[in-house]
Structure formats: structure tokens, C-alpha cells
Design a protein around this ligand. Sequence first.
Ligand code: SAM
Length: 193
Amino acid sequence: MAAVTAPTRPLPPLVVRAKQGAAAAGFGRSCRDEVGRLLATLAAAAGAGPVGELGSGYGVGTAWLRAGLAPGGRLVTVDLDPAAAAATGALFADDAAVTVLADDWRAASGHGPYRLLFCDGGGKQGGPDAVAELIAPGGVVVLDDFTASDEWPPRFAGEVDELRLAWLSDERFAATEVGTGPGVVALVATRLA
Ligand SMILES: C[S@@+](CC[C@H](N)C(=O)[O-])C[C@H]1O[C@@H](n2cnc3c(N)ncnc32)[C@H](O)[C@@H]1O
């Protein structure tokens, strides 16, 4: 009997354009499609938002967030790297729902608090203390690119993963890990009201 394979779901056209731009620039740190689909799904639940992204890169995550954004929603993304911010800005130049900032991640605080925040650059290493105030009560934060661990506390390269532990045990958040590919997980946390 022939093997049954799942059809590959088409990508949103803007995601395809962003990926092409990232590839042309040699930027290899865009989010995986699995993370992108998670972002689009969560963005659809964020209503008028705002939805935020720390670390635009070349706009792949931004394009996924935009694909899910509810009607009337708005999206703010920031990148410290002027080339990355310019590339993402060019993708959304005609889109009034999207604001692209060429700045440090902290500049995003002036546009929040966020119903959904993809924490993917700058503030990521500071843990929940660094970004908690950017997230609205009931809002959700997503961090990706963690290596799956079946231990508690979670470990990475033999050491306790303090960043992940901080998120998973912070009393201001309800948090869990979601598999996003072979051996990789994203962290999803809801800020408690
Ligand atoms: C993993 S990449 C972002 C990928 C993007 N979110 C995506 O899914 O396509 C991280 C980005 O964070 C940016 N970054 C690093 N430090 C930053 C800071 N202090 N403030 C803002 N952005 C920063 C980098 O320039 C880089 O483009």
C-alpha cells in the first residue's frame, strides 16, 4: 500500500515574499512555519490587539502575525538592525495596520500593552521581568527556539535552562511548552489578570 502523506499547506503569500527577502539577504533566523502558524492562530484571537513582535528580522514572523490579525487589529514590530527593519518596513509599506520601528525592543513599550507578543529579539534574554509590563492582563507571549527537554527543571546542554524555568514558574503567568518541530519547543505564556 502506498504511504499516505499529509499535503503541505500553502503559505500565506506575504510569508512567501518575506521568506524570499530573508533568503536573498542571507538571514537564517526567521521563525519556522510551525511557529508562524501558531502566531497566526493566536493573533486571530487577539481582537483589536495590539499585537507586538520584538525582533522583526526580515518580516517572516511579522507576515505570519499579519496573516492572522483580526479585522481592525494592529501590529507593531521592532528591530535594532536598520537593514532588518528596512526590509520588514518595505514589506508592509502600504499596510496601515502594521508599524515597523527601527529601534531597540524597549521602544515597543510605547505602543502596548499587547494582547499578543512574539518575544524574539532583544528582551528575550531578560526573562519575564524584562517584558511582563508589555503584556496586557490576559495577553499571551510566545518565545521560540528552545530545545525540547523531558526533565524538570528543563535542561539545555546539561545545565538547568534558567530562562525557561523562569517563564514556567513565574506566578504572573500560566505557561506551557508547545512542540514546534523535531526536538524544538516554543514557550507560550498567558499573563494572569
Ligand atoms: C530571531 S531574529 C527575529 C526573527 C523574526 N521574529 C522572524 O520570526 O522572522 C532576532 C532579531 O532580533 C533583533 N534584535 C537583537 N537585539 C535587539 C534589540 N535589542 N532590540 C530590537 N531587536 C533586536 C535582531 O536584529 C534580529 O533581527
